[in-house]
Design a protein around this ligand. Structure first.
Ligand code: URA
Length: 240
């Protein structure tokens, strides 16, 4: 089944007119759906199934699905529009993609690393749905030296926002100049989860980078750059 959208959106997606102008075309009786004139607003059509004509000319809509992996730098928000006008991750991809995509889940403004983006809402829901929650691996630089008892607490779960986190894999990679580099893999996606987990055992996260989500890895993708996901990466989340 194709995506179901309002008629004016469909017309706008075809590049014929803006949504506002499309509403006017409908008012003027110039639009037909499946060969029948439509003059009321709010009619819905299915992409790839219904036909839409304006002045008797058949419109074509590209509903090609796009799936990408971005190496998000720090200093970008993962919302589509920011209330403080800070740069968004959309700014990093839109020039080359020419299609509207949105971030799958979120990364904090200060967090860097792997962010998935798509225009496929069903797929995005699968990736982020708590029931299917994929494992996510991060590298975190902590202020102070993480002790073994603290490490074990992180692994077993700590209480953040009144609820215990699920067991996590965590390893100390390096201790240097009073800082600890850890690798941590979590299976949930709660708000600022990694930062809050380490805060709960007394350590501030100074830097945080996401390395992987499920089977998708950041690899050597340069900062601020993106790549298309492979078909097996896309299917991995669909099968969940
Ligand atoms: N955990 C955090 O604390 N921040 C992120 O951006 C992602 C996970």
């Amino acid at each position: 089944m194709g995506e179901i959208v309002r008629l004016q959106k469909y017309i706008a997606m075809s590049g014929t007119a803006s949504r506002r102008a499309a509403e006017q075309l409908i008012d003027e009786g110039r639009v037909a759906v499946n060969g029948k004139k439509v003059t009321e607003q709010g009619v819905k059509v299915e992409i790839g199934c219904d036909t839409v004509e304006v002045d008797g000319i058949l419109l074509k809509v590209n509903d090609k699905k796009i799936y990408i992996a971005l190496n998000k730098p720090t200093g970008y928000v993962t919302t589509v529009k920011d209330q403080f006008d800070r740069p968004t991750v959309i700014d990093l991809v839109e020039k080359e993609i020419h299609t509207r995509v949105f971030p799958v889940g979120r990364l904090d403004y200060e967090t860097e690393g792997l962010l998935l983006m798509t225009n496929d809402g069903d797929w995005a829901n699968k990736v982020t749905h708590p029931k299917f929650e994929s494992k996510k691996k991060y590298y975190a630089v902590l202020k102070g030296v993480l002790t073994i008892p603290e490490l074990n607490k992180i692994r077993r779960g700590v209480v953040i926002d009144g609820k215990k986190t699920r067991p996590a894999e965590c390893e100390i990679m390096e201790i240097d100049m009073g800082m600890t580099l850890v690798e941590i893999t979590i299976h949930e996606g709660r708000n600022r989860q990694v930062r809050k987990m380490f805060e709960a055992v007394g350590h501030t996260v100074k830097a945080l980078k996401r390395e992987s989500i499920g089977i998708v890895e950041l690899g050597n993708l340069p900062e601020g750059r993106w790549r298309y996901l492979t078909s097996s990466e896309i299917e991995y989340f669909r099968r969940k």
